[in-house]
Design a protein around this ligand. Sequence first.
Ligand code: ADP
Ligand code: MG
Length: 268
Amino acid sequence: MTIIEVKQLTKVFGHDAGRAIPLLEQGMSKEKIAQELKLTVGVNKAEFSIEEGEIFVIMGLSGSGKSTLVRLLNRLIEPTGGQVLFKGKDVVKMNPEELRQFRRKNIGMVFQKFALFPHRTVLENAEYGLEVQGVDKKKRTERAMEALHLVGLKGWENHRPDQLSGGMQQRVGLARGLANDPDILLMDEAFSALDPLIRKDMQQELLELQSRVKKTIVFITHDLDEALRIGDRIALMKDGVIVQIGTPEEILIQPANKYVERFVEDVD
Ligand code: ADP
Ligand code: MG
C-alpha cells in the first residue's frame, strides 16, 4: 500500500520564489534562473510514491537536493509547488494544528550529528521529541525505554552520551526517532559521520530493526554502497531532479542514462 505520494513537488529558494515556477514549466534552466532571478532551485518536480514498510533511499552527491526533498515531506521546508499525499491527505494543505499532529504521530526524524544533548542522559535524550510534544513524563519514559530497548541500549539509560561510542550515540538518535512510534522514519545522512566499520554494523542493525518493526524508512545517503545495501528502492538525484527510481538491481543493471551509468560504474 502506498503511504506517501509525491506529485510535482518543487522548492525554489529566495525572495519571491514563486516567480520561478512558470519559467521552470517553460524549460528555463536552473542556472539561468539562479543567474537572472537570484533564486536557487533546490528540488524540481519530484514525483514518486513510497510503499508502506519499504526502505526508500534518496541518493545523490552533495548539493543534489536530498535534504531539501526529505524536509519537504513534513514541511520543515515549505514547498513552492506540488503535493505530498500521506495516505491520501495532502500535507501541503494541512493547517498548523493538522501539521503538528501529523509530525507528532506519523513522522520520526534521525539526523547525522545525532543532535544529542551532552548534559542529558541517554533516556532524557531519547525522550526529547516526546517532551517537546508535551507528552507526560510517565508516558514518555515508557515509550523512550521501549525505543532504547529496540535499538539494543537497554541498561544504558542513565549514561551520558560521551560515555557511549559513536555507533551507540547514533542508536540513541535512532531511539529518539522511534520513540513516538511513527509510521515513517526520515533519516538524513544518519550514518555518514560514523567510522566505516561501525557504519556497516549500523546498516545491518537498521535492516534487522526494520524486519522487526516494519516501519517505512526514507533514508538519505550520498554513499552508493550504503544505498545498495539497505534500499528496497533507490531514487538517484542530480541537480534537484530525480534521474532514476528503481530497485538496487535495476539501478545497477538498467541505468536510465549516462549519469546513472557513471554513478554506478565502480561497483563490482
Ligand atoms: P543535499 O542534501 O543533497 O546535499 P540540499 O538539499 O541541502 O542538498 O541542497 C540542494 C540545493 O538547494 C543546493 O544547491 C543548495 O545550495 C540549495 N539550498 C539548500 N538550502 C538552501 C537555502 N536555505 N537557501 C538557498 N539555497 C538552498
Ligand atoms: Mg543534505
